[in-house]
Design a protein around this ligand. Structure first.
Ligand code: FLA
Length: 380
């Protein structure tokens, strides 16, 4: 039988399932949206930018540790799979000067940069930092993780869950006593969780073809304060994230609209994004481009970042299944009341990929720690 089920097949679910399998555990993945559904707006992972650009302002937080662990992993991934992950120049742009970032010793060649009249920074910004970090091809990276799991016999079960308790006695997997909850925004309405700290942060982007662009430019903090809602402590105004791979695609963003559930691209927003990104890097329009209108658009995309007030929920919770029916919860297949547990691992907002490997290690520690604490005889 399975040591644990991983609920959710976004980058957190896939990374946790990979880490658990690496540690020799027998797991299965249960999810409504699967890695091959890379046009599904049912989850955020296919739509991610995607890069390593931490939003942690300090280096001594759990999330900063997850980001740092993931950064080191991405270096190995880039060497083995350059079409999935690539080290390129980054330029972070800020309206006000910031102290040298905590991750100076982690990324490569970080330097503070200042805009001057004869050497202005992109977009008219006055302050920022240049360094080298990693970009990822989000949809293909998800497929890469899924292929690795399938090659090791991890089944993917497509199923939609109305409640957490259903997961412990599914017909496809039989009874299990431990699940990992990586159901992201679904936790806002998942019976048995109903986490009202979860909210969508709507992100619209424009996927363009711009093979000459090889710099990731991130501008936060609107020059004229007209930008969208605040992301972390800056205002994510415009960002340019090249994608590894032969297509020469670049993700131009973006929006960060709290509690906006719309997954419909807005043409007005798309034009704003292209104009702002063109101002940051005219190479988007190609060597002979004259304006944002010369940018070759590939697609208009929207993803709902699974954000959470207070940040990621990473904790072990003891529960019980098989009790009397609870009105709203679909009938349980549990034949008798029994103690079970769940490791909650959800809510990274726009930081899922850059925290994924570090988070997965910590979640796996909770899983293994729990399994060791439960007498083997009582484990199915
Ligand atoms: N992580 C991406 C996002 O949240 C960002 O859209 F890099 F663009 F910020």
């Amino acid at each position: 039988m399975y040591d644990a089920l991983v609920l959710g097949a976004g980058v957190y679910g896939l990374s946790i399932a990979t880490e658990l399998t690496n540690r020799g555990l027998k797991v299965a993945i249960v999810a409504r949206d699967l890695p091959e559904d890379d046009f599904s707006v049912g989850f955020a992972s296919p739509w991610a930018g995607c890069n390593w650009c931490t939003f942690e302002e300090r280096g001594d937080t759990p999330a900063a540790e997850w980001d740092a662990i993931t950064f080191k992993y991405l270096g190995r991934l880039a060497e083995e799979h350059p079409n999935l992950c690539k080290r390129i120049p980054f330029v972070d742009l800020w309206p006000q000067k910031k102290p040298t970032p905590w991750f100076k010793g982690l990324v490569f060649n970080l330097e503070d940069i200042e805009g001057t009249p004869d050497k202005p920074l992109p977009g008219g910004y006055k302050h920022g930092a240049s360094y080298e970090s990693y970009i990822l091809h989000a949809p293909n990276y998800m497929k890469h993780l899924a292929a690795g799991l399938r090659a090791r016999g991890v089944p993917f079960i497509r199923r939609r869950l109305a409640s957490l308790d259903e997961a412990y006695d599914l017909p496809e997997t039989g009874s299990v006593d431990l699940v990992v909850n990586a159901l992201a925004l679904g936790n806002k309405s998942l019976l048995g969780v109903l986490d009202d700290k979860m909210y969508p942060a709507q992100g619209q982007t424009v996927l363009v073809k711009a093979p000459l662009v090889n710099t990731c430019t991130m501008s936060t903090g609107a020059l004229d304060k007209t930008g969208p809602a605040t992301m972390s402590d800056g205002e994510l105004i415009a960002y340019i994230i090249p994608r590894p791979g032969p297509e020469g695609h670049v993700v131009c963003g973006g929006t960060y609209n709290k509690n906006n559930y719309s997954t419909l691209p807005s043409p007005t927003e798309a034009e704003r994004i292209l104009k702002d990104c063109y101002a940051l890097d005219p190479l988007l329009a190609g060597p002979d481009g004259k304006s944002w209108r010369d940018i070759e658009v590939v697609a208009h995309n929207v993803g709902l970042r699974p954000s959470r007030e207070g940040g990621v929920r990473l904790e072990l919770e003891a529960r019980e299944v098989g009790g009397p029916a609870n009105g709203l919860v679909p009938k349980s297949r549990a034949t008798k009341r029994r103690p079970v547990a769940v490791v909650h691992a959800y809510g990274p907002g726009g930081t899922g990929y850059q925290s994924s490997v570090g988070l997965a290690q910590k979640a796996a520690d909770l899983v293994v720690g729990h399994l060791r604490s439960v007498p083997a005889a009582s484990r199915l």
